[in-house]
Design a protein around this ligand. Structure first.
Ligand code: SF4
Ligand code: SF4
Length: 204
């Protein structure tokens, strides 16, 4: 025996049923986050903006090897290495990262670059507010990515800790800048070496 067709609601009731859904949602707990007034704390291992780290005396950990750039699937990193000299030293070893850029219009914050870095120069912070209205502003330079100076650090360029070599830095033997360490002139960036202060002429 054939089943009898079920009774359907009259057509005019369907829009009213739709409002029923809206009405029920009005009494549900709201999920709206009051951003940016109230910022949510990120997970400890959140992948946010990158940071170029320093040794405890302020010298830079980046050696300009470009491994991070090669590991990046989005081609978001640009690195140019250069040689340190005794007059202008940025890292304890032979080479340093002269140019370092990350393009956040490309970066997918996957973290492959920080895994590839052999010196732990590159890590990621919890900062996630990277939006901007200009593509140019989304290209972060080395100056923007470089970590700030903690106590006991001197800004680069400056001399290596006396009596220490590159390996000693990675063994943790350097814990702060040597007494009397001063910033050298960044001649490669157009700065002029500071002239020795001349003794004031004594008036007769
Ligand atoms: S986080 Fe991923 S996409 Fe972003 S720069 Fe690093 S490797 Fe490239
Ligand atoms: S951040 Fe690390 S991987 Fe990238 S160039 Fe510097 S040392 Fe090499």
């Amino acid at each position: 025996m054939a089943e009898e067709p079920k009774e359907t609601k009259p057509g005019f009731q369907n829009p009213v049923a739709g409002f029923g859904v809206t009405f029920k949602a009005m009494f549900k707990k709201r999920l709206t986050e009051q951003y940016p007034e109230q910022k949510k704390t990120t997970a400890p291992r959140f992948h946010g903006r990158h940071q170029l780290n320093r040794h405890p005396d302020g010298l830079e950990k980046c050696i300009g090897c470009e491994l991070c750039a090669w590991a990046c699937p989005a081609d978001a990193i640009y690195v140019e290495g250069a040689d340190n000299t005794d007059e202008e030293r940025y890292s304890p070893g032979e080479r340093y990262g002269r140019v370092y850029q990350i393009n956040y219009a490309r970066c997918i914050l996957c973290g492959l670059c920080i895994e590839a870095c052999p010196t732990r120069a590159l890590t990621m912070t919890n900062e996630f507010e990277l939006a901007d209205s200009s593509r140019a502003n989304l290209i972060y330079t080395k100056e923007q990515l470089l970590a700030g100076l903690d106590e006991g650090m001197v800004d680069t360029p400056h001399a290596i800790f006396p009596g220490m070599d590159e390996q000693d830095y990675y063994r943790g033997l350097v814990t702060e800048a040597a007494p009397g360490t001063v910033r050298q002139a960044a001649v490669s960036k157009g700065e002029k070496p500071q002239e020795e202060p001349q003794e004031e002429e004594v008036e007769a």
